[in-house]
Design a protein around this ligand. Structure first.
Ligand code: URA
Length: 242
């Protein structure tokens, strides 16, 4: 990769700005001053410094966020804040994007990466990994609902969902549930409950495939990098039939 591209990618400005910076002699590769923007470097192997600070270059970034309500799962929006606004500069420069969407008012586990292949693998309809949500529901969730969810729910547009596992945590005028689905239709959980005459009043994703949200570790609005082990687990995640 060209040194000017690498430095621009990690946030040292535009290619033009990087070219100017290179001219000042502050950039070294393997201890040697490099001034030519066309110089090819191997970011995996070469030690690259700017003013003696080592540049950590990662091609891919994998993040887990505890998404707060009020943020769009998008990379940009003219008027509203997106989850990317919650990232530090060093992570944002890698241009991660959300793996699937959570509604603006939904909280919880959101993965972000710039690894298009992994994202595709997790989201492609054939390979959809299970996702579990915690929700509060206006209305009494019953065993009959559990059975309906098990066979698939007909949504408002006539689409019959794949089977879902509904677990009642507390049933009453306001109920609490866990629901696991393997698809990602628009507003799916909310629409599944609408189909059985109930309303989701709070929704939070608590797991996606093998990755679980630990709310002690990640408070709302916080995020961290996934570990190598977690990334491997995600790569190996298989679709399941509920
Ligand atoms: N289902 C919904 O209705 N909303 C979400 O954000 C995620 C799943």
């Amino acid at each position: 990769m060209r040194i000017d591209k690498l430095l621009a990618n990690v946030g040292f400005g535009t290619r033009k700005e990087v070219k100017k910076m290179l001219k000042t002699g502050v950039v070294k590769v393997e201890g040697e001053v490099i001034k030519d923007p066309k110089t090819h470097v191997n970011p995996e192997e070469d030690t690259i410094t700017v003013n003696e600070d080592i540049i950590e270059y990662k091609e891919f970034v994998y993040l887990i966020m505890n998404k707060p309500a009020g943020y769009l799962s998008a990379t940009e929006d003219e008027y509203q804040e997106t989850v990317l606004d919650l990232l530090e500069m060093g992570d944002a420069v890698c241009q991660p994007f959300p793996v699937g969407r959570l509604d603006k008012d939904t909280e919880g586990l959101l993965l972000l990466t710039n690894d298009g292949q992994l994202s595709h693998q997790l989201l492609s309809p054939k390979k959809h990994v299970p996702k579990t949500y915690y929700a509060t529901i206006l209305g009494e969730v019953t065993d009959r609902d559990v059975q309906v969810f098990k066979t698939g729910v007909e949504l408002d547009d006539g689409y019959l969902t794949k089977p879902a596992i509904l677990e009642i945590l507390r049933s009453g005028d306001e109920s609490e549930i866990h629901v696991t689905i393997t698809e990602g239709k628009y507003h799916q959980v909310k629409r599944m409950f609408e189909s059985v005459g109930k309303k989701v009043t709070y929704l939070k994703r608590i797991s996606m495939g093998p990755i679980r949200l630990d709310e002690e570790e990640l408070k709302t609005g916080e995020y961290r990098e996934l570990t190598e082990e977690e990334i491997e687990e995600l790569r190996a995640a298989q679709p399941i039939q509920l």
